[in-house]
Ligand binder design. Structure first.
Ligand SMILES: N[C@@H](CCC(=O)N[C@@H](CS)C(=O)NCC(=O)O)C(=O)O
Length: 236
């Protein structure tokens, strides 16, 4: 049995990390059974020092993209077989846009935006003893501020970031149109990726400016709801 290590259910989503949610969604779309183990304590056991990682009968793999590549090869998953060469290429580049760029809007909305941080502070650190619970969120926020500044997004104003986020949301909305899935109206690994990132803005218990912007696209909201209902409803 495959074990997926993540952070766990928080703010009304199966995992607060889009990368963990991506792996769950991919496994569900591929019809592969798994169990999940949740906790920050697993960070120190991860081969990349980040979550998710999986243990597939002794093969320990970190990084959501490498995990998907491993699963696809090991289990001969046919989810992407309906993509033609151009779509395969688009999938690779779109994935990078979401993982390396869109992700930071999610981070900013939770850790830098004050209303987001109020929710994160209350929900992400509940498992800690009282004093730690006060200090750890502030330390974590300080570290995230440092990373986001180094990454580059931390140098933009929130208004500029919302405009950039909206550009990506509009592009996703235009690409999806009236379809249920991004390519050929059939699930592909890109839907695991797109759903994971969009759901972290749309389906969570947060109502900051990035969440509101994402929820203003009816077809993206419908897209998340369909995937949630099809693959995650039975988890509750
Ligand atoms: N490229 C990695 C990114 C994973 C990642 O950034 N995970 C974050 C949570 S969203 C993490 O583990 N952060 C904890 C830390 O850096 O200490 C993937 O695709 O899995």
């Amino acid at each position: 049995m495959i074990t997926v290590y993540g952070f766990g259910r928080m703010i009304s989503i199966a995992d607060a990390s889009p990368f963990v949610l991506k792996v769950y969604t991919y496994l569900k779309m591929a019809g592969i059974e798994y169990q999940s183990k949740a906790g920050m304590k697993y960070l120190s056991k991860s081969p990349k020092g980040k979550l998710p990682f999986i243990d597939d009968n002794g093969a320990v793999i970190g990084d959501s993209q490498l995990i998907i590549q491993h699963l696809q090869t090991r289990y001969s998953i046919e989810l992407d077989n309906h993509l033609d060469t151009q779509q395969q290429a688009q999938k690779v580049l779109f994935q990078k846009a979401l993982d390396e760029c869109f992700y930071w809007f999610i981070v900013y909305g939770r850790w830098i935006n004050d209303s987001g941080f109020t929710v994160v502070r209350k929900n992400f650190f509940n498992f800690m003893p009282p004093v730690m619970k006060q200090i750890a969120p502030l330390v974590a926020r300080h570290m995230v501020k440092g990373s986001i500044k180094k990454q580059g997004f931390g140098r933009h104003s929130e208004a500029e970031l919302i405009l950039m986020c909206d550009d990506m949301l509009k592009s996703l909305s235009d690409l999806l149109g009236d379809n249920d899935y991004f390519f050929n109206n059939r699930p592909s690994s890109f839907d695991a990726i797109a759903y994971a990132h969009l759901a972290e803005l749309i389906e969570v218990d947060l109502n900051g400016p990035f969440n509101q912007k994402a929820r203003s696209y009816d077809n993206l909201v419908r897209y998340c709801k369909n995937i949630h209902d099809r693959y995650f409803e039975s988890d509750k």
